[in-house]
Design a protein. Structure first.
Length: 118
């Protein structure tokens, strides 16, 4: 099992970034897939989710600014982030629901850093 989040970087406030989540040995279209983020000194928080049926849900802090989507052919889940704010600065991770477990330990894969400058 491997999860790979990518697409982060340094962006100015008000800008946009699109994150991608690719996976091996996981088929996203049959699972609920989620984006989380973790800012320095803070707990990891759920940002957005998309079900196997395509229903989406967002944290209040990102509603209207972030969009989660899925490309079944590419087995990739995206997070389009618009109107970025400095408080969106965090490492972003993707995962499924339930969280992927490897040998009894939660597996998060490699996240991607998003830094929003004011």
């Amino acid at each position: 099992v491997q999860l790979q989040a990518s697409g982060g970087g340094l962006v100015q406030a008000g800008g946009s970034v699109r994150l991608s989540c690719a996976a091996s040995r996981i088929i996203f279209r049959i699972r609920t897939t989620e984006w989380y983020r973790q800012a320095p000194g803070k707990q990891r928080e759920l940002v957005a989710s998309i079900t196997s049926g395509g229903d989406t849900n967002y944290a209040d802090s990102v509603k209207g600014r972030f969009t989660i989507s899925r490309d079944n052919a590419e087995n990739t889940v995206y997070l389009q982030m618009n109107s970025l704010k400095p408080e969106d600065t965090a490492v972003y991770y993707c995962n499924t629901r339930p969280i992927i477990s490897v040998n009894g330990v939660d597996y998060w894969g490699q996240g991607t850093q998003v830094t929003v400058s004011s």
